[in-house]
Design a protein around this ligand. Structure first.
Ligand code: BGC
Length: 435
């Protein structure tokens, strides 16, 4: 069965940040620091999904999706990151899983979507190697409760973005500015993934995947310097996270570091544990030029000549086909089946006077990206699922509530949900897939 779903993440939708024993996460801390998010927005309430989840499950049932990718908040399950388990946190996800199954919607939980327990940040966050083992313990705790009903698990969401935005550039939690010094946070996430795969397998968890955010990288010109810079960027964004998992080795990281002393014997074997699927989040391609100053080995030259989303991101549907066929060409038989675990766009959605949201641009975006995915499948790429980001407008990290990605509009003052035109379009699309 091809999985057609929607995706969300805990901190972006749940709210109830201090309820039922949940511990603080790095995103609670970060969002409450002045100047970190646009207009000081936080996820304290977000979509209030923690209370409104039955309504959200009903929205998915009405939409006709057969899968739902959500994330489990580590600090809800283990308020201190390790040690004492918070039953009420697990109860929440237990109820959600049962409600989804009752509607014929397969739950696809992601164990880590950036909301590290604050207690673990105090000991260094993902810069601390021990956090990898703690992640696996957390995975085992969740699996012990849910593995009997959850057939497919995702360990991490986008370790690249978490490393780059959270540890290198400081624009996401935990807000560190380590630049190239952030590489251990990549390795320890990947190690945590590998150890979590072992824990999930031991718990009989069924299928296991990892979600990477990947981008086709275009050199700004055919000049040798631009081509070399594009290759350096491709290594950082894509290969740093795909090669160890699929091939058991790191790409050449000499443009970023002189030493991989944070990699210990046996780590790569752990990281390369076979996967049942690779999750790919696709938003847009990247165009790279040679650097203009010493520092990073590339400059972002910006993709021009395409329409853009409200975020200013270029809309390039064929980039998804290019990405998928490129992965297939690079990894061959080492590439497991693919799930598109996120694809979508922010648009300047507004409720009209008659209470509708006419998001034609999102309809067009989704329609053309699904067509591009199918083109890649026709060219031989094994894709098993597609999840729209997102079910609901939600807390868009550093952008707060300013970017709306949902099929369903959320009024953040009242929590009121209004399905957009794109919701109705996707519903009709899904009816045509399984007549
Ligand atoms: C993340 C989501 C985010 C989306 C849009 C992805 O990188 O996984 O959490 O909301 O992109 O920025």
């Amino acid at each position: 069965m091809f999985l057609w779903g929607t995706a969300t993440a805990a901190y972006q939708i749940e709210g109830a940040a201090r309820e039922d024993g949940r511990g603080p996460s790095i995103w609670d801390t970060f969002a409450h620091e002045p100047g970190r998010t646009r207009d000081g927005h936080t996820g304290d309430v977000a979509c209030d999904h923690y209370h409104r989840w039955p309504e959200d499950v009903a929205l998915m049932a009405g939409l006709g999706v057969n899968a739902y990718r959500f994330s489990i908040a580590w600090p809800r399950v283990l308020p201190m990151g390790a040690g004492e388990v918070n039953r009420r946190g697990l109860d929440f996800y237990d109820r959600l899983v049962d409600a989804l199954l009752a509607e014929g919607v397969q739950p696809v939980p992601t164990l880590f979507h950036w909301d590290l327990p604050q207690a673990l940040e105090e000991r260094g966050g993902w810069m601390d190697r021990d956090v990898s083992a703690l992640f696996a313990e957390y995975a085992a705790t969740v699996a012990a409760r849910l593995a009997d009903r959850v057939p497919l698990w995702i360990t991490l969401n986008e370790p690249f973005v978490h490393m780059a935005f959270g540890y290198a550039m400081g624009v996401h939690a935990p807000g560190r500015l380590l630049m190239n010094g952030a590489l251990p946070a990549a390795h320890h996430q990947l190690l945590g993934h590998g150890l979590a795969v072992q824990a999930l397998r031991a718990a009989g968890a069924g299928q296991v995947a990892l979600t990477n955010n990947c981008t086709p990288v275009w050199p700004a010109s055919a000049r040798e310097e631009d081509v070399a810079a594009a290759e350096a960027y491709d290594i950082l964004h894509n290969r740093l996270f795909n090669d160890p998992v699929l091939l058991g080795e790191y790409p050449d990281l000499s443009a970023y570091t002189g030493s991989l002393d944070f990699v210990q014997d046996g780590d790569l074997k752990t990281i390369a544990a076979p996967l049942d699927a690779l999750g790919i989040n696709y938003y847009n391609p990247t165009r790279i030029a040679a650097p203009t100053d010493a520092g990073l080995p590339f400059d972002d030259a910006g993709v021009t000549g395409y329409p853009t989303t409200a975020f200013g991101w270029p809309v390039v549907p064929d980039g998804l086909r290019e990405l998928l066929t490129g992965l297939r060409a690079r990894y061959g038989a080492a590439l497991p089946p693919i799930l598109i675990t996120e694809n979508g766009c922010s648009q300047p959605d507004e409720l009209t006077e008659n209470g509708t949201v006419e998001d034609e641009a999102r309809v067009d975006f989704l329609d053309r990206h699904i067509a591009a995915m199918r083109q890649a499948m026709a060219e031989g790429v094994d894709v098993r699922g597609y999840f729209v980001w997102s079910l609901l407008d939600n807390f868009e990290w550093a952008e707060g509530y300013h970017q709306r990605f949902g099929l369903v509009h959320v009024d953040f003052a009242t929590g009121r949900r209004t399905p957009k035109r794109s919701y109705r379009w996707f519903k009709e699309f899904l009816e045509r897939q399984n007549p």
